[in-house]
Write a protein that binds this ligand. Structure first.
Ligand SMILES: Nc1nc2c(ncn2[C@@H]2O[C@H](COP(=O)(O)OP(=O)(O)OP(=O)(O)O)[C@@H](O)[C@H]2O)c(=O)[nH]1
Length: 212
């Protein structure tokens, strides 16, 4: 099913950064919040389970252009599953996060992909599969190869990370930002000359918690 027109458009006005919505999805405790906090604040500490959804914004400088990411960190607990659907509407990108030491979380990430496939047209959203907690390699239940092969079979980006060790965390976000800008550029060059690209204006409050 397609979402409402315009909501998933990468957007800009002249001189303004592109604005894109990125949503993190995945089982509880896979490290979604930790990845966001590592990226936003260079911090890693024990965090409480997310309630509903937490919202952050960050401008990613990509040299000649920049991208404003609206980052929606959803709650992984099952009781919030249905409400998470509300949060991924209008997304331009999604991180499907699993914990490499928990096979069940890998399966859950695959279920999230099925949910995204129902909501969006193929290629409409940049999706990256993220295997977190590589520092716990001795407890690994999902091999790098398994993650990579699944991602390739579904045409997803793929990376493994450790929020704890700050391994490939910023790379996840910059790779997604790069892909979003690339697609925005492709879309811009295929749109008619002089055609305005509509802006997803003002996000909600910065760093706010939003609950069901
Ligand atoms: N060893 C290790 N622990 C991690 C890593 N990332 C997160 N954790 C820990 O895993 C636990 C869960 O992390 P969260 O970031 O709260 O996980 P979440 O996916 O946001 O969980 P929900 O809010 O319930 O959806 C915390 O104790 C974190 O400290 C990592 O890369 N390595």
């Amino acid at each position: 099913m397609a979402q409402a027109a315009g909501l998933s458009q990468i957007s800009t006005t002249s001189g303004q950064p592109y604005v894109s919505k990125l949503v993190l999805l995945g089982s509880s405790s896979v490290g979604k919040t930790s990845l966001v906090l590592r990226y936003m604040k260079q911090d890693f500490s024990n965090v409480l389970p997310t309630v509903g959804c937490a919202f952050f914004t960050k401008v990613v400088d990509m040299g000649s252009s920049s991208l404003k990411l609206e980052i929606w960190d959803t709650a992984g607990q099952e009781k919030y599953h249905s409400v998470c659907h509300l949060y991924f509407r209008g997304a331009n990108a999604a991180l499907l996060v699993y914990d490499i030491t928990r096979k069940d979380s890998f399966h859950k990430a695959q279920q999230w992909l099925e949910d995204l496939e129902k909501e969006f047209h193929p290629g409409e959203v940049v999706v990256m599969l993220v295997g977190n907690k590589t520092d716990l390699g001795e407890e690994r239940e999902v091999t790098f190869q398994e993650g990579k092969e699944f991602a390739e079979s579904k045409n997803l980006l793929f990376m493994e990370t450790s929020a704890k060790l700050n391994y490939q965390v910023s790379e996840v976000f910059s790779t997604v930002a790069q892909e979003l800008l690339q697609r925005a550029g492709d879309r811009g060059s295929s749109s008619q000359e002089g055609e305005a690209v509509v802006l997803n204006q003002e996000p909600a409050a910065r760093h706010s918690q939003c609950c069901p």
